[in-house]
Design a protein around this ligand. Structure first.
Ligand code: SAH
Ligand code: SF4
Length: 430
């Protein structure tokens, strides 16, 4: 979601005449788009800001001004901290208000030395104010839903991204058409809980994600569809059926369980049990036997016992994830879990994370090895480190390197997989 937001922010700046540079010393404006989900991510912004100030001062000696801005969820949650710890920041705006950057910059240029902090939850939708979204390559993100009403006890999202909001169907279709006409072959629909999408259609009727996927699958030129991230309790049967019916829907789904223990899931305020989740996996595998699953896990949630942790390992063994993301529980200020009793020691969290990750990697490696000898359609998105090499994505989101000339960029090519490691594949065009 932050990558998508950053692309939209870059789009706003382009309409104002700015051009992107990869060198911070050249930048007249530097914006940090921040994440508040775990403490480590949130702290990183303050060290990045310190470095940006040094560059700002160097540029000042050469007579060049630099505007430093901060966007994203850290602003929403820590606006006062930013003003205190980084008073040189020219502006800060939350994830729902970055469409106001042009006004903010105008205010700053009218009155030098002004700093603007905007953390309102606005009544208007930012999507109505953003410039056209042009594709950045063959794979594009498209945000269709934002915010969350679930209030899992560990999570800041409902406080930083606000209540759930779904964009209307026509708006999504129009943005998709725009992206396809500027080169997109693969669309990844985004939302904090993308499968609770409930946008209005052209007749004011509320529609769900399975309807939207079917409408998008009808668009000429769209070869691949994905959606991220899904909430297990909102995985309806009609959505599961899409994995059988819609050929463009890739056979890979990220469906976070967080923990395999019912006690912990309850304490997390997740609306699914371990068995509910496993039944959904069974149904998905019935709908498409080729489907590969991925998940997020949190280890060391307050009160997690050795037995609870074993339940998580059991889920991993049952599902056999082909990829996964796992984190140590991080205390987030203002969330209910932060003040729960029986917080878990750092040492235990670390040990459990290591055990979980070893197990997850073993499944990921097994899956990657099982691909050797197979032929898969790969969408090539970027140049490799070596010349004459391109990097692409398989239907399962694996990174694949192949010796191919750059004329093959942004194309889908049938590749025979020749080698696999835990993190990537190699292959050759057939
Ligand atoms: N809406 C998605 C998750 C979005 S947040 C869902 O409900 O599954 C992305 C991931 O960050 C979560 O899945 C969770 O694994 C992790 N996360 C969120 N808050 C966290 C915290 N306080 N500590 C550690 N990991 C956390
Ligand atoms: Fe956070 Fe996801 Fe839970 Fe919402 S459903 S509170 S985004 S973890």
């Amino acid at each position: 979601m932050n990558v998508y937001d950053s692309q939209r922010i870059a789009g706003i700046l382009q309409t104002l005449g700015f051009e992107e540079t990869s060198s911070q010393t050249q930048a007249d404006i530097v914006i940090f788009n921040t994440c508040h989900i775990r403490e480590k991510a949130a702290e990183k912004v303050f060290s990045d800001l310190g470095r940006a100030l040094l560059i700002k001062n160097e540029r000042l000696e050469q007579g060049k001004d630099t505007i430093i801005g901060v966007c994203g969820c850290v602003v929403q949650a820590e606006d006062e901290q930013i003003a205190k710890r980084a008073p040189f920041v020219d502006f800060a705006t939350g994830p729902l208000t970055y469409h106001r950057i042009p006004e903010i910059l105008a205010k700053i240029s009218r009155k030098k030395g002004t700093s603007v902090i905007d953390t309102e939850f606005p009544a208007e939708s930012k999507f109505d104010f953003l410039p056209q979204n042009d594709s950045q390559g063959a794979c594009s993100y498209l945000a269709i839903q934002e915010g969350c009403n679930n209030f899992c006890t560990y999570c800041v999202v409902p406080y930083t991204r606000g209540v759930e909001y779904s964009r209307p169907v026509a708006e999504v279709i129009n943005e998709a058409k725009q992206l396809i006409s500027s080169g997109t072959l693969e669309l990844n629909l985004l939302g904090q809980n993308v499968n609770s999408y409930h946008g209005e259609d052209e007749h004011g009727k509320e529609r769900n994600l399975s309807y939207l996927l079917q409408r998008l699958a009808e668009l000429d030129g769209l070869k691949r569809l994905r959606y991220t991230t899904s909430y297990p309790a909102d995985m309806t049967d009609d959505l599961i059926a899409c994995h059988k019916k819609i050929p463009q829907l890739m056979p890979y789904l990220h469906l976070p369980i967080q923990s395999g223990s019912n006690t912990i899931l309850k304490a997390m305020n997740r609306r699914h049990s371990k068995d509910d989740y496993l039944r959904i996996i069974d149904k998905l595998k019935q709908a498409n036997p080729q489907i590969g699953m991925s998940s997020d896990f949190i280890v060391g949630f307050p009160g997690e016992t050795e037995k609870d942790f074993q339940d998580t390992l059991d889920v991993v063994k049952y599902v056999g994830y082909i990829q996964a993301f796992s984190f140590k529980y991080s205390k987030r200020p203002g969330t209910p879990a932060a003040v729960m009793p029986h917080q878990i020691e750092e040492k235990v969290k670390k040990e459990r994370l290591q055990i979980l990750q070893d197990l997850l990697f073993s499944y990921q490696d097994k899956f990657n090895q099982s691909c050797v000898g197979k032929v898969m359609p790969v969408l090539f998105e970027s140049k490799g480190r070596h010349s004459g090499q391109l990097i692409g994505r398989t239907p399962y989101m694996q990174n694949l390197h192949a010796p191919l000339s750059k004329d093959n960029l942004n194309k889908i090519i049938e590749i025979k997989i020749t080698e696999a490691t835990t993190n990537s594949l190699s292959g050759e065009a057939i």
